[in-house]
Design a protein around this ligand. Structure first.
Ligand SMILES: [Fe+2]
Length: 134
């Protein structure tokens, strides 16, 4: 790996709190998984570690997205349908990356890192906060 290709760990900041502990904890967990991927990108990739990242992301999506959706539904969030679609798209995208990885497509980790960062900025920091705070 080239020296200038080092990735840095993402850090949770209180300013990004939704004000709801359970949702914040999901978001902190998400950052942990991103950081697993950062470590993989900064070191030699081990297949088992990459597969573990896929497993964690899909587990995260299947459990935490449902928790969120139930909460937003209870709060009568007006954009719930759009929000649920974004969750579905995330799951489809991660499955797509996993398929590419199994097809030995060697840019998967780098492309997925970009996607996870965009998701963090556009969904977690904007859509989830909008859903909670209105
Ligand atoms: Fe969400």
């Amino acid at each position: 790996m080239e020296e200038n290709k080092k990735y840095i760990h993402r850090i949770w900041a209180d300013i990004n709190s939704t004000g709801i502990d359970s949702i914040d904890n999901h978001h902190k967990k998400y950052i942990e998984v991103i950081n697993n991927l950062v470590d993989i990108l900064n070191n030699d990739k081990e297949t088992a570690e990459v597969l573990d990242v896929f497993h964690k992301l899909l587990y995260y999506a299947e459990t935490y997205f449902l928790d969120e959706e139930l909460l937003y539904q209870r709060n009568n969030y007006a954009d719930l349908t759009k929000h649920k679609q974004e969750h579905k798209d995330f799951i489809a995208e991660i499955n797509h990356f996993r398929d590419d990885y199994q097809e030995k497509e060697n840019t998967v980790c780098v492309r997925m890192m970009k996607y996870l960062d965009i998701w963090y900025k556009n969904h977690i920091l904007i859509e989830d906060i909008k859903a909670v705070k209105g």
